[in-house]
Design a protein around this ligand. Structure first.
Ligand code: URA
Length: 209
């Protein structure tokens, strides 16, 4: 599927299967999500631009290639997106972090914004929006609408799980935004949950159920 990157590395699939299981404890769910996010960060940052710098080894001067972490912004969609943040920061510790708070109106399933805070100079930055579940796609579209209004250099979207409905909604609204996911599940149910899925990601990360 165009612009959809399925991360099928065996470690990613193994950890995702453990997370899906209903008897996984809050602590193991959180730890697995953390580990998985670090692995996914490798894939999503694969094409990041590098620049050369002069360095000195113990033996001589040479040049090395570096990523400018300061140009990268991770934007977790609150609250479940926070579960992905630390894992990604493990590998790009210099990245900036923006936050967007959206909740899903349980009647309409539409995204309602309650918080928005981004770093300065967004027009110079590459943005990676993170949310474990791309379900209806409404939150992702609303978040990316707001972020694109700040003219960032590029935008990518990372989730753990998605479904055909979520992909179609995001593709329709933002065909230029690549989606990185560990699985594309069967379908969305009438309550906006992914099937077979893993349940409510926020509740499972924060132990609120
Ligand atoms: N959000 C979740 O946490 N789980 C789903 O299945 C869908 C949306």
């Amino acid at each position: 599927m165009d612009q959809v990157h399925l991360i099928d590395h065996p470690l990613v699939q193994h950890k995702l299967t453990l997370m899906r299981q209903k008897n996984a404890s809050t602590s193991s769910f959180r730890r697995l999500l953390d580990e998985l996010s670090t692995l996914m960060a490798y894939e999503v940052t694969r094409d990041m631009p590098l620049h050369e710098i002069e360095i000195e080894t113990p033996l001589e001067k040479t040049t090395g290639r570096m990523i400018d972490g300061k140009k990268l912004v991770f934007v977790p969609i609150l609250r479940a997106g926070l579960g992905i943040l630390d894992g990604m920061l493990n590998v790009v510790p210099g990245a900036r972090v923006g936050h967007i708070g959206l909740y899903r109106d349980p009647e309409t399933l539409q995204a309602v914004q309650y918080y928005f805070k981004m770093p300065s100079s967004m027009e110079e930055r590459d943005v990676i929006v993170v949310d474990p579940m791309l379900a209806t796609g409404n939150s992702a579209v609303a978040a990316i609408d707001r972020i694109k209004a700040l003219n960032p250099r590029s935008v990518k979207f990372v989730c753990l799980l998605t479904c055909p409905e979520g992909i179609a909604t995001l593709r329709r609204a933002h065909p230029d935004v690549p989606i990185y996911t560990a699985a594309i599940d069967r379908e969305l149910n009438d309550h906006g949950y992914i099937l077979p899925g893993l349940g409510d990601a926020g509740d499972r990360i924060f132990g609120t159920k």
